[in-house]
Design a protein around this ligand. Structure first.
Ligand SMILES: [Zn+2]
Length: 411
C-alpha cells in the first residue's frame, strides 16, 4: 500500500504518556470519535479492562471501563464511562445460562441489562451501555467498537461473509446481525474461543469490533482495519469507472459560492418553518465538494431512493433522504419552494406508510420518537427518526436535527 491513508493515525505518544489509564481510554475514544470516517456522531464505544484497588476489599481487581449510555466519543470525558467489576459481569453468564427463557429479545436478555447496575465498581453513576457484554466477553484488554462507513459498506453487503474473508483473511471473523446485548456478547465470546487468532469481528449490517492487549495497538489496529476496507472499496470503485460510473456526471452548472449563500439566506428560514410543523428543528447545511458531487449527479435521484443500509444510519437520515431536482441556473426561488412543499408532503406520506407497515405493538407513536435509554439502533421503526430530517437537493444537503439526539442511549 502507498503512504496515502484514508484514515490517519493521530495518536500522540507524549500525550498518552501524560495520562492515567482511564485518561488514556478517554483520549483514545476522543481521537477515534473525532474522525467521521472512523465512527458516526453518537456511534460506537470503547473500553479498557484495568486493574484497580477495590474500595470494598483493598484487593487488586479487574475493572471494565466502558463508554456508557449517551454522549459522543469525540467529546466524552471520564464521566461518560461506566466502571464495572469484570468478574461480576462474567459471572452473569451463569445466571443467564440458568434462565429458561433466554434468547434474543427475551426477558432474560433485558434482565441482564438491569443487572449491570449490580456490577458497578466504586459507585460510578454512569448508566451502562447495552453494548457492555460485547466489551466484557471478548478477550482483549482494550476494545473498540466502531461504525465506519467503509466497514458498514461491507457489513451491509450481500456478500459480507465472503468479502470479510477476502479483505481481512483470518484476522476478522463474522457474526450475523443481532440486536446488541447479552446474546451478542456470548456469540462473540464463542467466536474468539473457537478462533484464538482472531482480533476482530465483522458485525453483519452494523459495524465491527476489534481488540488488543495494548491501547495504542488497539487504536492503530482499528484504523488499519478501516484502512483495508476503504482501500479495497476504492480499488473496486476505480476499476469500475470511479465517480463517472457511480454518479453519472454532473447535471447542472453550480452556482458561485456567493450566489449559493444568497439562496440559502432566502430559502432556509422558510424551509425551517416547513419542516418544523410538528416539532421545531435547527438545520445544518453541508455544501462541500463531496456533497455537491452527489446531489448534482445524474444518478442522485435513484441513489437517494435506495435509502440507508444499516440501522445506525436510520438515526441520521431516517429511511431515505428527500431529493429535490432543481436547476439553479434557470429555476426560480418560487419553483424551488413549490418543489420542496410537494416533496415534503410526499415524504411524510411515504414515511407514514413505511412506519405503519413496520411498526410493532410496542413501537412509540410516530410523532414522538424519544430514544429509550440504553437502547441500541436496530432495524425497524422503533429506532427510526430521532428527530432528524435530511433533505438533499441540487445545491447541498440540509440536515435538520431535533434536540433529543444527544441523549440517546446505547452506542
Ligand atoms: Zn454499534
Amino acid at each position: 500500500m502507498s503512504s496515502y491513508r484514508f484514515v490517519n493515525y493521530s495518536w500522540d505518544d507524549a500525550k498518552a504518556a501524560s495520562l492515567d489509564p482511564v485518561g488514556r481510554l478517554v483520549y483514545r475514544s476522543n481521537i477515534l470519535g473525532a474522525d467521521q470516517r472512523i465512527t458516526n456522531t453518537g456511534g460506537g464505544n470503547t473500553s479498557s479492562k484495568l486493574v484497580e484497588k477495590d474500595p470494598l476489599s483493598g484487593e487488586q481487581t479487574e475493572v471494565l471501563w466502558v463508554k456508557g449510555s449517551g454522549g459522543d466519543l469525540r467529546t466524552a470525558g471520564r464521566e461518560f464511562f461506566s466502571s464495572l467489576y469484570q468478574s461480576k459481569l462474567v459471572s452473569l453468564q451463569k445466571v443467564y445460562g440458568e434462565r429458561g427463557d433466554k434468547g434474543l429479545k427475551s426477558q432474560a436478555e433485558d434482565d441482564m441489562v438491569a443487572a449491570y447496575t449490580h456490577c458497578t465498581f466504586n459507585l460510578n453513576p454512569r448508566a451502562s451501555s447495552i453494548d457492555t457484554p460485547l466489551h466484557s466477553f471478548v478477550p482483549g484488554k482494550h476494545v473498540d467498537h466502531m461504525h465506519p462507513n467503509a466497514i458498514i459498506s461491507i457489513a451491509a453487503s450481500k456478500r459480507c461473509v465472503e468479502l470479510t474473508k477476502e479483505i481481512f483473511g483470518g484476522a476478522m471473523d463474522y457474526v450475523p446481525w443481532m440486536r446488541p446485548g447479552f446474546e451478542l456478547g456470548l456469540a462473540m465470546q464463542e467466536i474468539a474461543r473457537n478462533n484464538p487468532g482472531t482480533r476482530a469481528i465483522m458485525m453483519g449490517q452494523h459495524g465491527f469490533i476489534a481488540w488488543a492487549n495494548d491501547d495504542k495497538e488497539c487504536y492503530k489496529q482499528t484504523l488499519d482495519f478501516i484502512e483495508k476496507a476503504a482501500a479495497y472499496i476504492d480499488q473496486k470503485y476505480q476499476a469500475k469507472g470511479g465517480d463517472a460510473a457511480a454518479f453519472g456526471g454532473g447535471r447542472y452548472q453550480s452556482l458561485a459560492q456567493e450566489k449559493r449563500s444568497e439562496l440559502f439566506a432566502a430559502i432556509l428560514p422558510w424551509l425551517r418553518g416547513q419542516v418544523s410543523q410538528q416539532r421545531r428543528f435547527i438545520g445544518t447545511v453541508q455544501d462541500d465538494e463531496k456533497i455537491l458531487r452527489f446531489v448534482n449527479s445524474h444518478h442522485a435521484p435513484r441513489l437517494a431512493e435506495l435509502g440507508t443500509s444499516c440501522p445506525d444510519h436510520f438515526l441520521r437520515t431516517k429511511i431515505k433522504p428527500l431529493y429535490i431536482p432543481w436547476d439553479p441556473q434557470h429555476g426560480t426561488l418560487a419553483d424551488l419552494k413549490k418543489l420542496l412543499s410537494e416533496g415534503l408532503a410526499k415524504y411524510r406520506q411515504d414515511y407514514k406508510a413505511y412506519y405503519d407497515k413496520c411498526k410493532h405493538d410496542n413501537s412509540p407513536a410516530m410523532a414522538r420518537r424519544e430514544p429509550d435509554r440504553g437502547a441500541h439502533p436496530r432495524p425497524g421503526p422503533d429506532r427510526l427518526g430521532q428527530g432528524q430530517e435530511r433533505i438533499a437537493g441540487d445545491r447541498g444537503v440540509l440536515q435538520l436535527r431535533g434536540g433529543s439526539d444527544a441523549r440517546r442511549g446505547g452506542d
